[in-house]
Design a protein around this ligand. Sequence first.
Ligand SMILES: [Fe+2]
Length: 228
Amino acid sequence: MIDVHAHVLPFVDDGSPDVASSLSMLRDMKASGVTDLFLTPHYYPARGYYRTAADNQTVFNEFVQAAEGIGVTLRLGNEIYYTIDSLRDLRKGTVLPLGDSKCVLIEFSMAKEEEDIAEAIHNIRSIGYTPIIAHPERYPYLGKVADFEIIQKMGGLIQLNASSLTGKYGTTIQKFCFQVLKLGLVDFVASDIHTFRHNDLAEAYEAVVKRIGVETADRVFANPVVLR
Ligand SMILES: [Fe+2]
């Protein structure tokens, strides 16, 4: 499996308070079948997460050494809370795409539509990146198939959380996720793991195999587009 969204890097956000917790999450990842993991610290200045790529890179380099031997390939990225400043931040390298790819993980407000998502996708593509929209199923203002179709038509990629598929956010979100998966509107399922959240990847993978099929499961749990 390839996990494109995880808060495993210690000290940098609300994901993990220490190296031991991070290594424990990483061993869990390995046991779930993850081979490639993107560490995606929050970049969300309004919430106090404004560590730059250079700061995170130092912690990342140390963590890679600590994690040697676990057998999961680590790459650095960000989960970027989108604002119009994100374009400047990407151009300047203050925030990072996923590893060496041109894919950028972006999130929006959980509560209300503060940014026009179609416009955000257009803007990010215009500077040469492909946006991956983090967990849109969790945004109450994006609950319709048509909303996902617009993201896809605009050239955005869609990432669901594994725990949405296992029902942790309720049955309405769970049903909707299986519906959009069947319709081919999903590009990734990721853990969005924090120390306070259970890793549902293995359970979610099995549920998708059972309810839709192994081909779809492999396509969204191991999408290689980010491995460049
Ligand atoms: Fe996240």
